[in-house]
Structures are given as structure tokens and as C-alpha cells.
Design a binder for this molecule. Structure first.
Ligand code: 2P0
Length: 327
């Protein structure tokens, strides 16, 4: 075998400023709307892929424990594609570790599948090709396509059938010192997962069509505002992208509501800060946590105010980070 047989990769989480919510092709996992995110430090996943001719099936260990069968099945699905492309049939041992601050409110699937795609391609001897790794990561989890690249990254909407769809790096991490301050809200019931939630929105929300029609313009403004480092233009659209996405979830039947009372309190904190002249706008994902997006110089004030908000357990501070690193 000419493959090195073993490779390591590190990938970071990301947070979407323009949200992805809903698919145009379920089988190929293609998004119905474009999204744009910041790849984040210090939330990262480290993954090792080691080929082992003696194995009859892939083995996946996550954070020191053998993973659940359904988690291993998603890993095997990706490895099967790498095996098909490389022509090497050997199974692999995959070891993955998340270095996330405790209950960060940020999903590890994006960094996890990005690190896996990059490590697996290298271990099976494929030449580094970030666009291919991004498309492969997208098949597993669309947000993972964005974590292949650092800084500010866009994932266009996919036309059904376009299995090559990959993210596009717009600017690297040094382009703009934007910060994301996460207000971690009380751990309560388990939320409806993103995949299930977005499918339900597409099937049942009367606003689905309006979302698909309006999301590209919001993403376009966000793209332009980032290019111009224009925070005044960026902030209101970042808010509108998440409120429109949550309106979709909220108006699904039965309703999917990700907000908890403390989410509202944290959103009010952000609004009050802004009323006092602090540049800060919020976003939220498929969970109750509030993520405040602000320029670096405002971050300390935002952290302090969010930490003092009733129901906010702790506050985390993230900044633009690098794309996938393969070793
Ligand atoms: C995003 N989210 O753009 C949006 C906003 C959550 C809310 O991408 O079904 O795990 O695996 O492609 O990528 C999370 O959804 O969904 C997500 P699948 P994924 O960040």
C-alpha cells in the first residue's frame, strides 16, 4: 500500500452569521440556502485515522470511549467514500477528541466531520484537496463543510444532485477581529436536533418558501459587510438571519422552540448594551445559548454583562481561527 496509513487532523468549530436551515437534497445533504460562518478558536477537534488490515469493520473512539453504533455508521459512511476514491479497502481505527470548553453551546459535529474528512483523506494517501474534503464533510454535516477553512467561510446553496458542493473561504482569520461571546444557558431538556428541526420546518412551516427566498439576500449583505469590515451593516442582518431561522422553527407544527427564559434575558442584555452604545448583535443556533457577536474592543464589556444575566451559567469567548491542519 502506498498510503501513509496514518494521519492526524485538527479542525475548529464554526458559528454561522448567515444561517443554514433546510436542505434542497436530503440524500446528498445539500443546503437549500447559502450560509456564512466564522471558524472559531479555541473550540477544536483532533482526529487520528489509522488504517488496520486486520480489522473487519471501522472502529471509532470518541473522547476516550467506543462510540455509539449510529455515530460509527456516520464515520464509516465517510470512510467508504475515501476508500472508493483511494482504491484502498482497509478499515480504519478512528480516534477523536473534542477540546471544547465544558458545555460550550457550540456543536462539535462541524469540527468533528471536518477533522475526519481531512485526516481520512491523508491516511488513505489522497493528495490534499480542501475543496474535496469540504464536499465530503458536507455530506456528513453541512456545517462541517465550512470548518475545513479558517476565518470567514461561505457555503453556497446546493442544486439537487450537486455532490461536489463545497464551502468557499472568503477571508482568513486575520481579516477582522470579530469575537463571539457565548452565554451558556441552563442545561435543560435535550433540544430537537438541527437535522430533525430543519426537516420539520421545511415540511410544516408556512414560512418555508419565504425563508428560501429571503436567505440569499441576507447572506449577500453579510458577505459584503464582512468584506468591508462594516460592523454597523453586519449586525442587524446577523440578528435577522437567526430570528428568521427561529421563526421558521417556531411556526413549525408542532412548534420547535429553542428559546428558554434565560435566552430572552440574554437577548435583552445584548439590546441594552447596544442602547448604551456598545456594538454587539446576537445570534442563536438550534439550542438556547445566546452568542453575542462584537468587535474585539467590545468583548470584555459584553462578557461581563452576559455573565451577570440571570440564567447564564458561564460565558465563553471565541475568536476567528484557522482552517483544518493535517499532520
Ligand atoms: C448553521 N446549524 O448554519 C445552522 C444554524 C444550526 C443552526 O448547521 O443535517 O449539523 O448535519 O447538515 O450542519 C447545524 O446543522 O446539520 C447547523 P446537517 P448540521 O450553523
Amino acid at each position: 500500500m502506498s498510503a501513509p496509513g496514518k494521519a492526524d487532523a485538527i479542525a475548529r468549530a464554526n458559528i454561522a452569521l448567515a444561517k443554514y436551515w433546510g436542505k434542497s437534497d436530503d440524500r446528498l445533504n445539500l443546503p437549500a440556502v447559502p450560509s456564512l460562518s466564522i471558524t472559531l478558536d479555541p473550540m477544536r477537534t483532533e482526529t487520528r485515522v489509522e488504517l488496520d488490515e486486520r480489522l473487519d469493520a471501522d472502529v471509532f473512539e470518541l473522547d476516550g470511549k467506543v462510540a455509539l453504533p449510529k455515530e460509527t455508521a456516520r464515520v464509516t459512511a465517510m470512510l467508504d467514500r475515501v476508500r472508493a476514491e483511494s482504491g484502498i479497502a482497509a478499515k480504519a481505527r478512528v480516534t477523536s477528541r473534542n477540546h471544547f470548553p465544558t458545555a460550550s453551546g457550540l456543536a462539535s459535529s462541524a469540527s468533528g466531520f471536518a477533522a475526519l474528512a481531512a485526516a481520512a483523506r491523508a491516511a488513505y494517501g489522497l493528495t490534499r484537496d480542501d475543496a474535496k474534503a469540504s464536499a465530503m464533510a458536507r455530506r456528513a454535516s453541512a456545517s462541517a463543510a465550512r470548518s475545513i477553512y479558517g476565518g470567514f467561510v461561505e457555503l453556497p446553496a446546493g442544486e439537487p444532485g450537486d455532490d461536489a458542493l463545497a464551502a468557499i473561504p472568503r477571508h482568513d482569520a486575520s481579516h477582522w477581529d470579530l469575537r463571539v461571546v457565548v452565554g451558556v444557558i441552563t442545561e435543560g431538556r435535550k433540544d430537537v436536533g438541527s437535522r430533525e428541526g430543519m426537516g420539520h420546518s421545511r415540511e410544516t412551516s408556512p414560512y418555508w418558501r419565504a425563508w428560501v427566498e429571503s436567505a440569499p439576500a441576507m447572506c449577500g449583505v453579510i458577505r459584503e459587510a464582512i468584506a468591508a469590515r462594516d460592523y454597523e451593516r453586519l449586525g442587524p442582518v446577523v440578528e435577522q438571519s437567526f430570528t428568521t431561522m427561529h421563526a421558521l422553527a417556531f411556526t413549525s407544527s408542532p412548534s420547535t422552540m429553542y428559546f428558554q427564559p434565560a435566552s430572552i434575558a440574554a437577548l435583552q442584555t445584548v439590546k441594552q448594551l447596544r442602547d448604551r452604545g456598545v456594538p454587539v448583535w446576537p445570534t442563536m443556533d438550534a439550542g438556547p445559548h445566546v452568542k453575542a457577536v462584537c468587535p474585539g474592543e467590545a468583548a470584555a464589556q459584553v462578557e461581563q454583562a452576559l455573565a451577570a444575566t440571570p440564567g447564564v451559567l458561564r460565558v465563553l469567548h471565541a475568536r476567528p481561527g484557522a482552517g483544518v491542519e493535517v499532520g
